[in-house]
Write a protein that binds this ligand. Structure first.
Ligand SMILES: [Zn+2]
Length: 164
């Protein structure tokens, strides 16, 4: 007779199973095997979810980084006929890159920064249109607000998935 490591019960040598944990009776061996399968499955699910989240954060960061850097270049080069482009473009572009990289790193502050910028970028043209009050102004504002609105949607979706 042997002793099961799980329950300390006596078990016939013929019914004993050897494992890394030691000698087990057959029911304990089967139970350990099932628990092992479940653990592996949970770990695999977590790994898949983590990979998806990483990919999503990368996509959201790329989209924001692209829009922000293009905005920085366009604004920096057009402001005062580009007279200040040499310092204005990097001044705007460097924080944009920093925040984008922090989104890749899934930093909460970067998420909130991006959300704040997206909301402002949606609100500003709409506010300007409301002030102007013309149909044309609303159309231009609608077009201008579309891109930040899309960025805001993917950003909020990423944040929601990360919290799950
Ligand atoms: Zn046992």
């Amino acid at each position: 007779m042997e002793t099961c490591v799980e329950r300390g019960a006596a078990v016939a040598t013929a019914d004993a199973e050897w494992s890394e944990a030691g000698l087990r009776c057959r029911p304990c061996g089967q139970r350990a095997e099932i628990i092992g399968h479940v653990r592996t499955a949970v770990a695999n699910d977590a790994a898949v979810a983590e990979r998806k989240l990483r990919g999503r954060a990368g996509n959201v960061a790329r989209a924001h980084g692209l829009v922000w850097s293009v905005t920085a270049i366009v604004f920096g080069c057009s402001y005062d006929h580009g007279a200040h482009a040499a310092w204005l473009v990097p001044l705007l572009a460097v924080p944009a890159v920093v925040v984008s990289l922090a989104i890749v790193g899934r930093q909460a502050w970067a998420y909130w920064t991006a959300i704040a910028i997206d909301v402002a970028a949606v609100a500003l043209p709409l506010g300007a249109a409301a002030t102007a009050g013309s149909g044309d102004a609303w159309m231009v504002a609608g077009l201008a607000a579309t891109v930040p609105a899309l960025l805001l949607i993917v950003m909020l979706s990423l944040r929601r998935r990360q919290r799950q």
